[in-house]
Design a protein around this ligand. Structure first.
Ligand SMILES: Nc1ncnc2c1ncn2[C@@H]1O[C@H](COP(=O)(O)OP(=O)(O)O)[C@@H](O)[C@H]1O
Ligand SMILES: [Mg+2]
Length: 564
């Protein structure tokens, strides 16, 4: 094995030498720690407290020099260190530019693992099923620090991409994570800046990310959830077909996608096709986020393949985020309010899931939020990691933390925004998102979809009832007074609006004893309420709703002029 700068993790050879994936012995761990320590010293990273994380222009050269040392050390260390450096390279919010720039140069490709080791791993993982590959290219298409991807064919001629974990990588990762956590703990104790940006917490978060990257069972289930959602939405963006029989938690076999990643296309200077393709990716991402709540959280340019027809396919499902039903509802409410330019309702929706520590602060919070929406999210502005952190700070300042899943969603959006910004620099991402979100929400809430959704939402309203305070009466009262039509402003198309308004009015008068049913309908239209517990009345309502749901669906169907 060559010992060039880009040599693969030498230690993984050692790890792989042990049959299977035994944890490293104490001796091996100590040797790895010494190796890392040696690298740090050789590349001028010691002592840690001399590292400069300041924003002082006078010391920019020093930072650039130290950052290069770090990049080289990480590349030489390989294993989890390269991947951790890549994850860090997106954090321009916590690291000065010189560090970020150098980290983003981290070598993505490393030398592939020896063919014999890959073969051994395939046989160990797949057993007899190894024979189902009619051909298998030992030379990988791509080799990164955790996995490498090979092209293969099946008996029937299907071309597949087989993503294989580097032999021994898990044992090595465990050891590396342990070392990283120690180093971060150490730095946190000794360096003020490291303490300020919460180095240890960040390291812990990345440790989890790294473990997830090496769990292909998880990646496979992510792939399947996204594929399922793309299928049912007839998405323009594709997800590769998955072959569960030829996959394990270290091997992932999927359809081979013809075409090139955005990274490769940009290298070749083909940027025209990219823009249209990327627009579909943005739309698809927003649909995943707002409607399905399962979204690809790592849409950097290497994870989108565009084929010669201009169809985009998402690959690499190591990092997929989820938003539960309530959060999704909030995101929808936020989006609707945002689309209508109604900062008051943006604040209402935000407050519904994130009550302030001190209710007396509410006016100040509303002002700060309105300012954030206008400045950070105004048309032409860019959503960067900093935007997400500004939002996060805003809530922290008022003593209320943004739910972690929501922050993760924001980050995922920021990563995609980064891809769009570099690959389609003229695209107005916020403008496009606004249009896409509007189209999405409208298409989801069109009367036809609504009719079905009412049934579903009535059944799905159960958990929400727990949080429904004794306001049912008010709501039903509002409905009767026609105040509820405000909620219908969303429907831009007059015809839609009329139909829906009509439906609501008629449903509310036609259905005898319809209060209960209407309440469930209303809950679909209104944002959820905070507080309140399940009163006996509400419990009764809950029981009645299930039965009433099918009745409403039938009623709406009838009102829309269709026979159920
Ligand atoms: N289904 C596929 N079809 C064609 N090429 C693929 C496929 N999956 C992965 N690749 C190639 O392999 C590279 C690495 O795969 P990826 O899943 O992104 O691994 P990693 O987690 O190491 O980033 C991709 O950038 C792409 O070039
Ligand atoms: Mg990738």
């Amino acid at each position: 094995m060559s010992s060039s700068l880009f040599a693969p993790p030498r230690f993984s050879d050692l790890a792989a030498a042990a049959a299977g994936e035994k944890p490293l012995t104490w001796r091996q761990r100590r040797a790895r720690f010494r190796q890392i320590w040696g690298l740090a010293r050789r590349h001028g990273l010691l002592p840690f407290r001399k590292l400069d994380f300041s924003y002082d222009p006078a010391t920019a050269d020093l930072r650039a020099r130290q950052a290069r040392g770090l990049r080289e050390a990480l590349e030489e260390a390989g294993g989890g260190f390269i991947k951790a450096g890549q994850l860090l390279s997106t954090r321009d919010d916590i690291l000065p530019a010189e560090w970020v720039r150098e980290l983003s140069r981290l070598q993505k490709e490393v030398n592939p693992a020896p063919a014999a080791q890959i073969e051994e791993l395939l046989e160990r993982e797949l057993g007899e099923r190894r024979g189902r590959f009619a051909t298998f290219d030992v030379e990988p298409l791509a080799a990164a620090s955790i996995a490498q991807v090979h092209r293969a064919t099946l008996d029937d001629g299907t071309v597949v991409a087989v993503k294989v974990q580097r032999p021994g990588i898990r044992a090595l990762l465990d050891c590396d994570i342990d070392i990283m956590l120690r180093l971060a703990g150490w730095a946190t104790r000794r360096i003020k800046q490291a303490r300020q940006f919460g180095a240890l917490d960040i390291a812990k978060q990345y440790a989890q990310d790294l473990r997830n990257q090496a769990d292909f069972a998880r990646e496979a289930s992510n792939l399947e959830s996204l594929a399922q959602s793309a299928r049912s939405a007839r998405d323009e963006v594709r997800i590769p077909r998955f072959f569960p029989d030829l996959s394990t938690d270290r091997v992932l076999t999927m359809e081979f996608i013809d075409g090139e990643t955005i990274t490769a296309l940009r290298r070749e200077g083909q940027t025209d096709e990219i823009e249209d393709a990327l627009r579909t990716v943005l739309r698809s991402f927003l649909r995943q986020l707002v409607i399905d709540g399962v979204f690809h959280a790592d849409l950097h340019p290497g994870n989108v393949i565009i084929d010669p027809d201009g169809t985009s396919t998402l690959i690499d499902f190591g990092s997929v985020g989820r938003l539960d039903r309530d959060l999704r509802q909030t995101v929808q409410d936020l989006a609707i309010a945002f689309l209508q330019g109604d900062t008051r309702r943006v604040a209402d929706a935000a407050l519904a899931i994130m009550p302030l520590a001190n209710p007396a602060d509410e006016p100040g919070f509303r002002r700060a939020l309105a300012e954030f929406v206008t400045h950070d999210l105004g048309s032409g502005s860019r959503i960067t990691l900093r935007t997400i952190d500004n939002a996060s700070d805003l809530f922290t300042r008022y003593g209320s933390a943004l739910p972690a899943d929501l922050v993760a969603a924001g980050r995922a959006f920021a990563i995609l925004e980064g891809t769009l910004r570099t690959a389609a620099p003229t695209m107005d991402v916020i403008g496009e998102s606004r249009d896409a979100a509007q189209a999405l929400i409208l298409s989801q809430l069109r009367p036809r979809a609504l009719a079905g959704a009412i049934g579903r939402s009535a059944l799905g309203a159960f958990p929400r009832l727990r949080r429904l305070p004794d306001r049912i009466e008010t709501i039903v009262g509002d409905l009767a007074d026609g105040k509820l039509t405000v909620k219908i402003r969303l429907f831009a198309d007059d015809r839609d609006r009329r139909v829906v308004t009509g439906v609501i009015r008629r449903v509310s008068t036609v259905i005898l004893g319809g209060m209960l049913t209407v309440a469930s309908f209303v809950m679909f239209v209104l944002p959820p309420f905070e507080g309140g517990s399940l009163s006996p009345v509400a419990a009764g309502v809950a029981l009645a709703i299930g039965a009433a749901a099918s009745f409403v669906t039938a009623a709406v169907d009838a009102l829309l002029g269709r026979r159920p």
